[in-house]
Ligand binder design. Structure first.
Ligand code: HEC
Length: 133
């Protein structure tokens, strides 16, 4: 094959590969979420949820889900759920925020955090940029 043809093929394959990778991350993240988080966190606010629903959580102000009975620690934290904050939370939530009533989860593997983050981003459809600023 000529180099130009190879380049053209790579250009066509490039974005498709990126899409596939993103989809794989989201579906792996969904499976991990089901295993690690779903028993306490509904995704859809219409479903019963022991913890606050995590729909639109990326970029959301902590403790801001309407009518959820948060701990004082979380409600008063003043933080925003940026990807970095969500990583720290998954890694050691009660170390990151002493006084939270979410029991300890210790997801230290960055790849697992990445996948769960990809999934949480995929269920964040609301534009939270005004809060994150
Ligand atoms: C055993 C139940 C339980 C599990 C498992 C659990 N959570 Fe939680 N989560 C809670 C509770 C309860 C709260 C409220 C904590 C508070 O008010 O201090 C919470 C709060 C949160 C918040 C803050 C949301 C907000 O509105 O400010 C995030 C983000 C979160 N959890 C993410 C996760 C993720 C991601 C996982 C899986 C890796 C997970 N949780 C697993 C019970 C759980």
């Amino acid at each position: 094959m000529k180099i130009a043809t190879l380049l053209a093929a790579a250009l066509i394959a490039g974005p498709a590969y990126a899409d596939t990778f993103a989809e794989v991350k989201i579906s792996a993240g969904k499976a991990l979420y089901e295993a690690e988080c779903r028993r306490c966190h509904a995704v859809d606010a219409k479903d019963p949820s022991y913890g606050p629903p995590l729909e639109n959580v990326v970029g959301r102000a902590a403790g801001s889900y309407p009518d959820y009975d948060y701990s004082i620690a979380l409600e008063a934290s003043g933080i925003v759920w940026t990807p970095a904050a969500l990583r720290a939370w998954m890694e050691d939530n009660d170390g990151f925020m002493p006084g939270t009533k979410m029991r300890h989860v210790g997801i230290e593997d960055r790849t697992v955090q990445d996948f769960i983050l990809a999934y949480l981003s995929s269920i964040t459809t609301q534009d939270n940029s005004a809060i994150s600023k």
